[in-house]
Design a protein around this ligand. Structure first.
Ligand SMILES: [Zn+2]
Length: 113
């Protein structure tokens, strides 16, 4: 499952950071996930408990900062929210746009102990 490999990647980052800080566990982890990142939050939550078992993240509180994708139309400069990558500008219907946010998939913060 795609979300499982994402969880494994996050665990690896958390283990490295915890080790660097000379600590043994993570209290809180905050992830930033964009709506275009291709992550299903439900699936991620589903695999999370199993994946983190026996790792530094086992007892960590998981917080997700979900970013709705935003684009700026290259024709009329309107800023709009997108649900799908191929959404067009609500004002002029142009498909030409610059994606401002929505592809994030990263560890935003970690509290170790
Ligand atoms: Zn437009």
């Amino acid at each position: 499952m795609h979300e499982l490999s994402i969880a494994m990647g996050i665990i690896k980052i958390a283990e490295e950071e915890t080790k660097k800080a000379n600590k043994t566990k993570v209290e809180l982890i905050e992830l930033e996930i964009g709506s275009l990142a291709g992550v299903e939050l439900e699936s991620l939550n589903y695999v999370w408990a199993t994946a983190t078992k026996g790792t530094v993240l086992e007892k960590a509180e998981l917080e997700i900062d979900y970013k709705i994708a935003q684009a700026r139309c290259l024709e009329c400069k309107t800023l709009y929210e997108m649900e799908k990558v191929y959404d067009s500008c609500p004002k002029c219907n142009s498909f030409f746009k610059e994606i401002i946010q929505g592809k994030e998939l990263r560890v935003k913060s970690l509290e170790v102990n």
